[in-house]
Structures are given as structure tokens and as C-alpha cells.
Design a protein around this ligand. Structure first.
Ligand SMILES: Cc1cc2nc3c(=O)[nH]c(=O)nc-3n(C[C@H](O)[C@H](O)[C@H](O)COP(=O)(O)OP(=O)(O)OC[C@H]3O[C@@H](n4cnc5c(N)ncnc54)[C@H](O)[C@@H]3O)c2cc1C
Length: 427
């Protein structure tokens, strides 16, 4: 049975992405007891799935590694993975949280040697790579996963694969009898850092994401470009593995649109500009990039990055919101629309099209286990009636990492004020 030592001065953090991890560490490093609940088998959230960060083009794994090291060495921080808060009762200063833990079927003896994965045959869609590749039925979600423990997919239970995994483990780490658990513990304040999810591109019917394999999303493109991703970082087409040198990026795919997301996610322009550099770096003079846009939203210091990408010869900027995409007989996506500078119709053929989809809240409006004030888009509002529950990072708005981390640090302070009994529950 999982035991959690907690009191009314404990801070509960829900979501272990960069925001939740930041809030948890900041609070724990002031001496507060913190319980961090993450539904995936590992920490890091969607940042762990990015290849590089704009605007510096450094690797997110650096920052994550520092956070993970801080988390490993802090005795005030208790991490529960594969866990979700199913109920939260009470009020600021005295809540009771109910948490459901899914079984990993691998215990703490695991050394991440990988022998179980070698022994298992069954393969499943790899959610870490947004379904672009396969992973084994016994797997380490990604190379830097924390905790560095393998997971057994419940679909192999009762099959020979499960027995093979158990037999292959030299450390007695496979526990096929692990059960789902529900635990309860007290806490005084809650930081809600459940982040965002990509808008479902299949809903944008004219772009054919669900029909054309060579129309992918910006989050998938991050995995494609990553050397540790499903293609080893080679920019190739999902349909036939052909090198993708002529790549189009379509901005505001499903954003600023009353049929989809009304809001602008602010980061999509920057993400696509960054991804243009992936293509230019991969193919040099042979790269042929088209970026279709309504307007480019690159504010403050990001403007310099935009200027740099604008100067890359292989990148064309086409001021237009494409009307539709069709597929030709060779599997090439053909983008149709009107160029609003010159009002010319176009039908442009590309190897691959990347839809810059927006960020929406990862938790649906009616799925919160506690009453909480949400805005029109479903992000958490700062509101006194939320009591001792505070949003952190992109659970509050579509934010880049820098802003998400600043927001999370503020949330940690509000939570500390509440558990200290100070007046910190207003807005
Ligand atoms: C294509 C693309 C490229 C991007 N590139 C950049 C970039 O280069 N630079 C930059 O600054 N920003 C970039 N961003 C934005 C960046 O991804 C976000 O700022 C960042 O992910 C926000 O972190 P977060 O912790 O708030 O949310 P998330 O990363 O979404 O983390 C939330 C965590 O909460 C967990 N969770 C969700 N629901 C529950 C639940 N019910 N219970 C428990 N846990 C739960 C999730 O599993 C996840 O681990 C990009 C975004 C996109 C779409």
C-alpha cells in the first residue's frame, strides 16, 4: 500500500510538467512538505517531447535534468506517478485529497537495464511520440524519464510476454500482482498544473489530417526532428519514408476561429519559426520551406528570432490562411488558398504539411474534481472562490515555458501563504 505522510500544511501539486515541477520544487525548497501527483509514468510533461526551445534553440532536456536532480535530492518532495486526483474536499487550509494510482507492474528495484523490454514481443503505439512509432509492451517512456523505471503495458498482462518480462528481470522488479490503489491524505493548498493538450487537428476537416498521412501536427514534427525520436531525427514522410525537403507550415490551424479555438495560443508562430530552422539545418540549400500565416505574433525578444528566420533564404512567407488541402496521386499534400498580398490563387504541392495547432486546457471543463472558476477557453481563472486552489503555468493560459515557470513560482508563493495561515487566498 502506498503511504503518504501529509498534514494540513502539505501542498499538493497536480501535474508534473515543467510548471508543476517548478511549483513543487520552489515550495519544497522553502521547507514545505509537497506531494506531486502526475498521471503519466514520468515527470516533465510536454516539454520533454520538444526537440529544441525557442528562441535560443537549446535542448529542453538540460533544464529538465536540473529540475530532476533537484527533485531527487529534496526530502520534502513526494512524487506519485501514474496518479490522478479524483476528489478534493474541504477548504483552504484543510483539504482532503483522494488520489487513484495505476499499477506500473514494476517496483523500485528496477535499474532500467532494459532486459524486460528485450524479452517482450508485443508492440503498441508510442504515446510519447504522438503515435509516430511503436514501443514495446515493457518500456521506458523516454531515455531521460524520471523516475528511471520501466512500465509494463497492462495489455500484456495474462500473456506470455508478461511472464517473459518477469523471467528476464534479474532484480525481482516485475510485480504482476500490483493493483490499482486509492489513497487519501490531507493538504492545506493545491496547485493545479495540469497543462495543455494539442487541439485535435482531425476537427479541421478541410486540412485532411485524418485522411492524409503527410499532413501532421506541430507537436508530431517536434518528435520527427528529434534525434531520439521515431525516425532518428530524419525529416521523412510518414506515408513512404521519402525525405521531406519541401515542407509547409500552416499557422493558426484551428486557432482564432469561431468553429474551433477562439483564442491565439501565442506560441504557435514561434514554434513554427523554430521548426523552419530544423528544416534549414537538416537540408541546407536543398530545404524549401513555406510558412502560411495570417500575421506573425512574435513579441518582445522573440521579434529578433523572427527577423533571423525571415532572413533564411530557403524560407518563404506566404500571407494567407489556406482554404484546404488535397492529396495528389503521389501522396503529396497540395495546399489551396489565396495569397492576400497580391490576391493570387495558389495550389502549392509539398512533401509534408505541418499544422500549427493551438493549446487547449488538458482537463475538460466538467472533469475537475473540485469547483473551480474557468474562463471561456476552459483555462483556470484566478478567483477568490477557488479558495486554496491555484493554477500554475499553462493550466491558466497558453504560455511558453518562460512564462509558465514564472507563473508557477507565483503559484508556489500563494500556496505557501495559505499553508502558513497568511491571507493568500484572494485572486
Ligand atoms: C509545437 C509546440 C512547440 C513548443 N515549443 C516551445 C518552445 O520551443 N519554447 C517554449 O518556451 N515553449 C514551447 N511550447 C510551449 C510549452 O510546451 C509549454 O509552455 C509547456 O509545456 C507548459 O508546461 P506545463 O507544465 O504548464 O504543461 P504540460 O507540459 O502540459 O504539463 C502538464 C503535466 O500535467 C500532467 N497532467 C495532466 N492532467 C493531469 C491530471 N488530471 N492529473 C495529474 N497530472 C496531470 C500531464 O501529464 C503533464 O505532465 C511549445 C508548444 C507547442 C504546441
Amino acid at each position: 500500500m502506498t503511504e503518504v505522510v501529509a498534514t494540513n500544511e502539505t501542498i499538493l501539486v497536480v501535474g508534473g510538467g515543467i510548471s508543476g515541477l517548478t511549483a513543487a520544487l520552489e515550495a519544497a525548497e522553502t521547507g514545505k512538505q509537497v506531494v506531486l501527483v502526475e498521471k503519466r509514468p514520468y515527470l516533465g510533461g510536454r516539454v520533454s517531447q520538444l526537440y529544441k526551445y525557442f528562441p535560443k534553440l537549446c535542448f529542453p532536456t538540460c533544464g529538465l535534468e536540473i529540475h530532476q536532480r533537484r527533485a531527487k535530492t529534496n526530502p520534502n518532495l513526494r512524487i506519485l506517478t501514474m496518479a490522478e486526483v479524483t476528489d478534493l474536499k474541504g477548504e483552504a487550509g484543510k483539504y482532503t485529497a483522494t488520489v487513484k494510482l495505476k499499477p506500473r507492474y514494476v517496483n523500485e528495484n528496477c535499474t532500467a537495464c532494459g532486459d524486460c523490454a528485450k524479452a517482450v514481443e508485443a508492440e503498441f503505439e508510442d504515446e510519447y511520440n504522438y503515435g509516430l512509432g511503436k514501443r514495446k509492451g515493457a518500456y521506458l517512456p523516454y531515455r531521460m524519464a524520471h523516475p528511471a523505471q520501466y512500465v509494463l503495458d497492462p495489455r500484456i498482462l495474462g500473456t506470455e510476454d508478461a511472464e517473459r518480462a518477469k523471467a528476464a528481470c534479474k532484480y525481482n522488479a516485475i510485480d504482476l500482482d500490483m493493483q490499482e490503489e486509492t489513497i487519501e491524505f490531507p493538504c492545506g493548498a493545491v496547485i493545479w498544473a495540469t497543462g495543455w493538450r494539442p487541439y485535435d487537428a482531425a476537427k479541421i476537416q478541410p486540412y485532411g489530417y485524418d485522411r492524409f498521412p503527410n499532413v501532421i501536427t506541430s507537436v508530431e514534427f517536434e518528435r520527427l526532428a528529434d534525434p531520439s525520436g521515431p525516425t532518428g531525427g530524419k525529416l521523412v514522410r510518414p506515408s513512404d519514408g521519402k525525405e521531406a525537403k519541401n515542407i509547409a507550415f500552416i499557422q493558426c490551424a484551428g486557432s482564432r476561429d469561431r468553429n474551433h479555438l477562439l483564442h491565439c495560443s501565442r506560441i504557435c508562430c514561434m514554434a513554427s519559426l523554430k521548426q523552419c530552422t530544423y528544416v534549414a539545418d537538416a537540408w541546407g540549400e536543398e530545404a524549401d520551406v513555406s510558412l502560411y500565416y495570417i500575421d506573425i505574433r512574435a513579441i518582445d525578444r522573440f521579434e529578433d528570432f523572427y527577423t533571423k528566420v525571415r532572413a533564411i533564404e530557403q524560407v518563404k512567407f506566404i500571407k494567407s490562411k489556406p482554404a484546404s488541402i488535397v492529396q495528389d496521386q503521389d501522396g503529396n499534400p497540395v495546399v489551396h488558398g489565396v495569397d492576400t498580398e497580391g490576391y493570387k490563387r495558389y495550389a502549392n504541392t509539398h512533401d509534408l504539411v505541418v499544422l500549427a495547432i493551438g493549446m487547449e486546457p488538458s482537463v475538460d471543463k466538467d472533469s475537475f474534481p473540485v469547483d473551480i472558476v474557468l474562463n471561456r477557453e476552459g483555462f483556470i481563472e484566478a478567483d477568490p472562490s477557488n479558495g486554496g486552489v491555484f493554477a500554475a503555468g499553462s493550466a491558466s493560459d497558453a504560455l511558453d515555458v518562460n512564462r509558465a515557470v514564472q507563473h508557477a513560482t507565483g503559484a508556489a508563493l500563494r500556496a505557501i501563504q495559505v499553508v502558513n495561515g497568511a491571507a493568500g487566498v484572494e485572486g
